[in-house]
Design a protein around this ligand. Structure first.
Ligand code: SF4
Length: 197
């Protein structure tokens, strides 16, 4: 069971502008996310399917074939790793990733601060561990640019959500994670992490 959010202290998420720059690099595939996870394994224990691409040769060599299956809707070679009856990734052993140095790209780029950045809540009952963690992040605003950029990301998320309200079929197929990541990607910002790229 996830921790009681009322007892959990805030978590420093870093300067918003610096985070935005790093997150956008991760979205483009230029860098891995640098998330201060500590001992948190919420994203490894939340009934998530982990995508592994055919180019991830090293990762595929460290995952038993038995826990991989073809990814629906993607070309041959793309696979998903499932989870056990508790919702845990099969590579999580003794509360630690047993293939950490070889973990999938999906895991390297996952950053639950994206929910705090976009103001998006995770509603799924099996992802409440991530939701509780995400609510604890607190960004720092060292300059007015940090505030402006955070406002822009939240505005982009609201706009995307409003747009989806008019397209119920699309609404059902887009996850909270996809919405938050998209808001970070498309927000019109200036300064560090700007969309002038
Ligand atoms: S591969 Fe490792 S980091 Fe990725 S979900 Fe599994 S245990 Fe977590």
């Amino acid at each position: 069971m996830p921790d009681d959010p009322t007892d959990a202290p805030d978590l420093p998420a870093g300067d918003f502008s610096a985070w935005l720059t790093g997150m956008r690099a991760a979205i483009r595939g230029d860098a891995a996310s640098d998330v201060p996870c500590g001992t948190c394994t919420a994203c490894c224990t939340s009934s998530q399917f982990v995508h592994v691409g055919p180019d991830e040769i090293d990762t595929l060599a460290h995952i038993p074939r038995a826990v991989l299956f073809p990814a629906p809707g993607l070309p041959a070679g793309h696979v998903l790793m499932g989870y056990d009856e508790r919702g845990h990734c099969p590579m999580l052993i003794d509360d630690a990733c047993s293939i950490y140095d070889h973990r999938p790209r999906t895991c390297r780029t996952y950053d639950c601060r994206v929910f705090a950045a976009a103001g998006v809540e995770l509603d799924d009952a099996d992802k409440q561990g991530i939701a509780l963690r995400a609510r604890r992040w607190r960004f720092r605003y060292a300059s007015p640019t940090d505030h402006l950029q955070h406002d822009a990301v939240r505005a982009a998320a609201r706009s995307l959500r409003d747009d989806l309200e008019h397209r119920p079929s699309d609404r059902a197929s887009i996850s909270a994670t996809q919405l938050a990541v998209r808001a970070v990607d498309v927000a019109h910002t200036t300064g560090p992490g700007s969309d002038e790229r």
